[in-house]
Write a protein that binds this ligand. Structure first.
Ligand SMILES: [Zn+2]
Length: 77
């Protein structure tokens, strides 16, 4: 059963505004919607990266009672 009004098989709709996507900007309908999606990606990745860095702040694995920190001059010969 094939519908005559659907030659491409499955119509792709713009995830941003819901309009039918065009061949050039698939899966978007226009460059504007593509840019919007791209901006979403950038802002999202930036937020995640910033969070991860914030979580690592406060605990230093190298901070603690140092046992090999001998500052005394060992000048015995
Ligand atoms: Zn769109």
């Amino acid at each position: 059963m094939t519908s005559p009004s659907d030659p491409a098989g499955k119509p792709v709709r713009c995830p941003i505004c819901g309009k039918p996507a065009t061949e050039v900007y698939r899966p978007f309908c226009s460059k504007r919607c593509a840019d919007i999606d791209l901006a979403k990606w950038f802002s999202g990745s930036y937020a995640v990266a910033g969070r991860e860095e914030d979580e690592g702040d406060g605990q230093d694995p190298f901070a603690g009672p140092s046992d090999g920190n001998d500052t005394s001059d060992d000048d015995k010969k």
